[in-house]
Design a protein. Structure first.
Length: 318
């Protein structure tokens, strides 16, 4: 199993569906009660919480390897960070309807023997898709448990054969202001950029994701192709990827470029290193309201990833 179950799983996490649904109603009402409080990160701005009919049955009783219940499809698709569609959590859900994730081309370049413009279908056709439940831990101290569908990034990397000069992988999101209203304003410098060190990119936990709940990614979650690195804060999970470059120098990722005192390149989930404006010791499990869960070092994956950072001062390399 990928993550060990910690000894302190609380029975309150094992919530029957009807209680869960009622709690969701309560939260929605609470959200109205708190209208005007602009930054209550715990409140899910859920519009409607009907789950799609097409969700395959195997997800009904699925839980994470930590025995955590999955967040609902509507939690996962209505509370998003995707600034290309706006900065509010429900903006990506509301504003991504015009986005066209097909046809899609990914440019692979830099220090690689097989560079080129790959049609998404060609990139995906040799890959074996897997469902993997990973918790997404946002640097804003909330988290969700999500059944992703994807394949190891390592498989793609082996196929395109990086040269010995490739030390990092750099990913970019598409720039399409006609379809992405957030990109019509200089909220961030577009395109959104993220990067991984080569060993992080090759780690078997690192996924290229094409879906969730067994269905294609909705636009707001980064259709048609995104990254998920489960031991890192959510912002490493760059969405709607159009280029993958193998480079010698550490890429300047978007959030570090914006505020390097707050966000670094590594972004490893670390309860001991506070964000300058808040603690990372605990997290809000959405759709909850309170920091009910202790944050785990490397989001629970230390036994599989800590060796990559041996000897590094993680308070300096945050
Ligand atoms: N292109 C792009 N990718 C992005 C972001 C973004 O604003 N733009 N936000 C990041 C952040 S901060 C988080 S927490 C995750 C959220 O992923 P989700 O909406 O699928 O939960 O996406 C990441 N990927
Ligand atoms: Mo985030």
């Amino acid at each position: 199993m990928i993550i060990r179950r910690p000894p302190d799983i609380r029975s309150s996490e094992i919530t029957p569906k009807n209680v869960y649904v009622n709690r969701r109603k309560f939260i929605k009402n609470a959200a109205f009660g708190m209208a005007g409080v602009a930054t209550v990160p715990a409140v899910l701005n859920t519009l409607e919480s009907e789950e799609p009919q097409e969700i395959p049955a195997r997800f009904r009783s699925m839980r994470s390897e930590l025995n955590e219940p999955l967040n609902s499809y509507s939690d996962i698709t209505t509370y998003n960070n995707f600034y290309e569609f706006g900065t509010q959590k429900d903006d990506p859900h509301r504003n991504s309807g015009d986005f066209r994730p097909a046809p899609w081309t990914v440019r692979i370049g830099g220090e690689v023997n097989k560079p080129g413009d790959y049609q998404l279908e060609d990139l995906l056709s040799p890959q074996r898709m897997e469902d993997r439940v990973y918790r997404l831990r946002c640097v804003e101290a909330w988290s969700m448990v999500i059944p992703w569908r994807g394949f190891p990034l390592a498989d793609l990397i082996r196929r395109v054969e990086p040269t010995g000069n490739a030390k990092f992988v750099e990913f970019k999101t598409i720039v399409r202001p006609e379809e992405m209203p957030g990109q019509r304003a200089p909220i961030l410098q577009w395109p959104y950029v993220e990067g991984l060190r080569m060993d992080e990119a090759m780690n078997p936990l690192t996924l290229m994701v094409t879906g969730l709940y067994g269905m294609d990614l909705p636009n707001q979650n980064g259709a048609p192709l995104r990254l998920i690195v489960p031991w890192k804060y959510g912002f490493k999970g760059v969405k709607s990827i159009v280029s993958i470059d193998f480079v010698e120098n550490m890429p300047l990722n978007t959030w570090k470029q914006m505020q390097s005192n707050e966000y670094g390149f590594y972004a490893n989930v670390n309860p001991e290193v506070s964000h300058p404006r808040w603690s990372q010791a605990r997290e809000i499990r959405l759709p909850g309201l309170f920091k009910s869960h202790p944050t785990e070092m490397f989001n629970g994956y230390g036994d599989q990833v800590a060796h990559m950072y041996a000897g590094m001062d993680l308070s300096r390399w945050y």
